[in-house]
Design a protein around this ligand. Structure first.
Ligand code: PMP
Length: 430
């Protein structure tokens, strides 16, 4: 394992964009287009930020032709994607593997696309060790659509279901379920501004509930389950929205009846929603269930009942391949732990200059919310960070402050640069 050693100076390439017409250097014009195209080149200007972390986690080196125009994107989703995946997609965009077509132009029923979706599924199965008794569905409509699809498929209108609400997304899932079932909130963190997860033993679950629903990682509030409650309902069903920590660590799929996730945080572009569902739960949708929300229809048709989000599925497949190449989810989790550790340490060691409101034991490895003691400096923090090519650090509009989303694809170097910037900002404003 390579060792990344610091202290070191990150020599940041600060770009002054120069607009050139018809340039002689065309770093990314991979296609033989003849028209006059507008391209950017950069004049690097060095600024120096000292970074004091010493770490033993392998960070992948930037690809040789790394663009000076790429930023460290801390967005919550759509979010940063692995650079090598983007480059691979770029190289295959015009002509996918000698087919003479882009993936966007292929029939979803042709042999080329079938090979893409089948490989994506088998790689995801390998990554998450998904047991054979589970189906994997590649759907559309975002996780939000699943908020309704779940009660429509798994219970009747008068059936009780349990919701454990640890943040805004769990709350949104609950509100949608109220239209299609009789959900009960067995615990809500709302009064404590969603900074905690309760002890599971104390939860009063309804023995008649048809399932227990959780949001495994609350993207806005940065609260993440580190282990999972045992459902004490008649069906023994636990259901999890894993949109924002999907494929960020190993998960024992057999603990869940159904897992769902929008792709646009850890595994691809928006437009793909992945559902992993135990096969015996399929086939019980209510009659009124729209065809697009019926798991049976999608399972029987192998996610090809109608036109699926082909290009998005292809991108997810490239990400799955990349995660396998990194050594699988155990390795990915180690990297995520390291990144989160150095960021939370920087916050906790700032003597109150920065604060993370979330209880330490349930802090998310993916979404790190923090505030400034001097809240009037927050806008300045975000602005200055953006100037140094660290973007999308503003917290969600509902909670304010800042949020750094550090998904799988965020390199360690991005977090180190952020931490160095935070220290520098503190030194200038404390
Ligand atoms: N659940 C979680 C945990 C999320 O983070 C999001 C999106 N940010 C959603 C659900 C909603 O996802 P979508 O926008 O794909 O419907």
């Amino acid at each position: 394992m390579a060792m990344v050693t610091s202290p070191h100076s990150l020599l940041l390439q600060n770009s002054n964009r120069q607009l050139l017409k018809n340039p002689t250097t065309k770093p990314f014009n991979a296609f033989p287009l003849t028209s006059t195209r507008t391209t950017y080149t950069t004049t690097p200007k060095r600024i120096s930020i000292t970074c004091a972390a010493t770490t033993h986690v392998q960070d992948r080196p930037p690809t040789p032709a790394q663009s000076q125009d790429r930023v460290f994107n801390f967005a919550a989703g759509p979010a940063i994607l692995p650079e090598n995946v983007l480059r691979k997609a770029q190289s295959e965009l015009y002509d996918w593997r000698g087919s003479g077509m882009s993936v966007m132009e292929m029939s979803h029923r042709g042999k080329e696309f079938l090979s893409i979706i089948q490989k994506a599924e088998s790689d995801l199965r390998a990554l998450l060790e998904i047991p054979a008794e589970y189906d994997v569905l590649f759907l559309q409509g975002g996780a939000t659509t699943q908020f309704a699809a779940i009660p429509l498929n798994l219970c009747n209108a008068d059936d009780p279901v349990d919701y454990l609400v640890t943040g805004s997304w769990g709350d949104k899932a609950l509100k949608e379920a109220q239209k299609f079932s009789k959900p009960k909130v067995i615990w809500s963190g709302k009064s404590e501004k969603y900074t905690k997860i309760p002890a599971f033993e104390a939860l009063e679950q309804n023995p008649d509930a048809k399932y227990l629903h959780i949001c495994a990682n609350e993207t806005i509030h940065g609260v993440e389950f580190k282990n999972y409650p045992t459902p004490k309902n008649q069906t023994g069903l636990l259901i999890a929205d894993m949109s924002s920590n999907f494929c960020s660590k190993p998960v024992d799929i057999s603990k869940f009846g159904l897992i769902y996730a929008g792709a646009q945080k850890n595994v691809g572009p928006s437009g793909v929603t992945i559902v992993i569902i135990r096969k015996d739960l399929i086939g019980n949708a209510r009659e009124i269930t729209p065809v697009m929300l019926d798991y049976k229809i999608h399972a029987e048709n192998k996610s090809l009942y109608n036109t699926p989000p082909c290009f998005g599925i292809y991108m997810c497949g490239l990400v799955f391949e990349d995660l396998l190449e990194q050594g699988g989810l155990k390795e990915v989790e180690k990297k995520n732990q390291k990144k989160a550790e150095i960021l939370y340490n920087a916050i906790d060691e700032s003597k109150g200059f920065y604060r993370c409101p979330v209880e330490k034991s349930v802090r998310s490895l993916m979404n790190v919310p923090f505030t400034l003691e001097k809240s009037d400096l927050e806008a300045e923090f975000v602005k200055e960070a953006a100037k140094e090519k660290m973007v999308q650090l503003k917290g969600h509009r509902s909670v304010g402050g800042m949020r750094a989303s550090i998904y799988n694809a965020m390199p360690l170097a991005g977090v180190e640069k952020l931490v160095a910037f935070m220290k520098d900002f503190q030194a200038r404003h404390a």
